[in-house]
Design a protein around this ligand. Sequence first.
Ligand code: ASP
Length: 392
Amino acid sequence: MPEATQPTRRAFLAASALAAISAPTFAQQQLQQRQRSRRRDPGGGPVVIASGNGLRAVTLAYQRLMSGADPLDAIVDGVAIIENDPDDMSVGLGGLPNEDGVVELDSCVMHGPAHRSGAVGALRNIRNPAAVAREVARRTDHCMIVGEGALRFARSLGFQEENLLTDKAREYWLRWKASLSREDDWLNEDQFDLPTPNKPRSAAPPSPSGRGPGRGVSDVDREVASNPAGHIIWRDNIPYTTGTIHCSALTAPGGDLAGCTTTSGLSWKLPGRVGDSPIIGAGNYTDNDTGSAGATGRGEAVIQISGARTVVMRMEQGDHPTDACIYALELIARKTSAPRLLDGQGRPNFNVCFYAVSKDGQFGAACFRGERDFAVATSAGARLERCATLYD
Ligand code: ASP
């Protein structure tokens, strides 16, 4: 190598070495992301957090809190926006149904100052289960009412009954039903003798990865795939979703707390299956001395570690909300041993997210994996922030 080029090469090597030192490793990026999500709202005032589908919910709840509303009323009003949205297929109207094609909803609420909770499970035909759960807490001596009893309770309070199954949700249900067996009398799409209206005949090849809809999918597929609430696994162009909205509110640092979780639960579930969302201590828990937390994702995993209570307990012990969420995820990972629930690296093959706000106004959220957002409203405005992750 000519002498004249050596300084250049040395400089190049030095610059590369410097770049190698200064470029953050993947682990450092993860740490930076967690540190970013360990922020506290500098302005004081209310703090409202929610799952990624809850931006409109936190916006409204924040406004209600600024007008002096009770924190539970503020968040029940907020989540009603999502429950009423037929395009959110994880909650309320338009939620994906059970294996019979019936939408069954679960919800619970917890009021911090009164340390009082209410819940409904497997509620049919009522689009706002969170409001019904609040009435369980307000008007009864019970904490939970399910099934037919929950429907009768809601009806007696004047909640309107309606069919919550939208055409879009029905289309998916029929697709799922047909996919169960190629031998039964429900034909799979590739067995149809007639073309499907508005769909090219070659459409809907199975997704190779099982993680998203395949090529040639309909607008409905794309919409579901981009649903920020969804924990979705695609198999043969059928979404196997979980998805929920959790929302927690703090009136001001040092003030009062409330939490609420509402969902249509796992798609295609057994009728009567109840997930974590209406279970106090699992999908939602509020302690007015410490904080409020909730969960979305595989409810069976959350129930079996008392997820939201675990997060609040860790905050009680001094964890930042983000670290408390990470702790609960680690606990699920440690306790998950069935091979059908593990990936090639022995990690849970499903997703769970936890969301938490502490009494002093700190907040955070964490999931096992994926680029997932949570919603937050503070004096700095309503926005989406990235959840921390336990894995990649
Ligand atoms: N946790 C809910 C359930 O298991 C679903 C979800 O949040 O994704 O019913």
